[in-house]
Ligand binder design. Structure first.
Ligand SMILES: [Mg+2]
Length: 309
């Protein structure tokens, strides 16, 4: 289980970093230029190989807050986001920026995302809360009610569109199942959950595994959820899952980070290529820091079954 916790956190980090080198490229352009992206690369904008971006940095903030407070406190997570935001981070999404600006002006954690959603409507259904929700599943995996409520709250800090909130609950529920069961059984449970509780997401997922995997990988939350689920279910390992998500093009870093969280939880840290792990040490929080934080979440989740609310 400890390996799966580490795999999940490290999976988000390596997915983000591998995808960051070709963020926004089309699949065709990646193919023409590199054939296929399989190793960490320096980006055209000059970021070093292995550098992760906002996706993992926000994931870190969520995990770090939970480890520090030993419960899931959205207000504390929002404070962590603000501190991170003031460090001048790279490649943020529009909805995140708009919500962070409101938080900076003093908006309550439960209000900023909602105000942005009301202002921009449909366009606020981006993948910016899905990309950072995995630690919620790790912390609350043994308590489905807490997992649902916390996934919703942590999304709402920046992304209050109902689809974003629901996608986070669905993803975290799937991730929690992948920690303890075969992926086919977890997928069946996912479809069952979405069928009665989240019909819009069920509609998107129910025939997904029949597709050939050539999916549109945009910043739309449902698009990213589809790419991550297909990549996990229709490939034969962590490496091929993350590579599939990257080489589709589009929002490559986020799609691969979201995929990496699932694949790492399922296959464990041993499945992550050494060259990918080594490259992570270019970041402020390197491999050992990420392992230690994952271990803290693991210890917390073992404490009398679940976290106090
Ligand atoms: Mg990013």
């Amino acid at each position: 289980m400890r390996s799966r916790y580490r795999g999940c956190m490290l999976g988000v980090a390596v997915g983000d970093a591998l995808g960051a080198s070709v963020e926004g490229w089309t699949g065709e352009r990646i193919g023409e230029r590199f054939g296929r992206v399989t190793e960490m690369r320096r980006t055209e904008r000059g970021l070093p190989a292995g550098r992760y971006t906002d996706d993992f940095e926000m994931t870190w903030e969520v995990a770090d807050s939970i480890a520090r407070t030993e419960i899931i406190v959205p207000e504390d997570i929002a404070r962590g986001f603000l501190e991170w935001y003031s460090s001048d981070p790279i490649s943020l999404g529009r909805t995140t920026i708009a919500s962070m600006e409101l938080l900076k002006q003093g908006a309550h954690w439960n209000e900023a995302g909602q105000r942005v959603h009301e202002e921009v409507g449909k366009m606020s259904a981006g993948n910016g809360s899905l990309m950072r929700t995995a630690p919620v599943a790790l912390a609350a995996r043994s308590d489905p009610d807490q997992l649902r409520d916390a996934s919703m709250d942590v999304s709402r800090i920046t992304h209050a569109h109902p689809l974003c909130i629901d996608a986070c609950v669905v993803y975290d529920s799937f991730l929690a199942d992948l920690l303890i069961m075969d992926r086919k059984a977890a997928w069946a449970r996912l479809l069952e959950l979405t069928e009665w509780a989240y019909p819009a997401i069920n509609e998107a997922l129910k025939d997904l595994l029949d597709s050939d995997g050539a999916l549109d990988s945009s910043g739309y939350v449902i698009s990213t959820l589809k790419v991550a689920c297909w990549s996990l279910m229709r490939t034969d390992g962590l490496r091929s899952a993350i590579e599939h998500a990257v080489n589709l093009g589009g929002d490559t870093d986020t799609a691969a980070a979201v995929t990496g969280g699932l694949a790492g939880a399922y296959y464990g840290e041993e499945a992550i290529p050494d060259t990918w792990l080594q490259a992570l040490d270019v970041n402020v929080h390197g491999v050992d820091d990420i392992r230690a934080l994952a271990d803290r979440l693991h210890e917390l989740s073992e404490k009398d079954g679940s976290l106090p609310q």
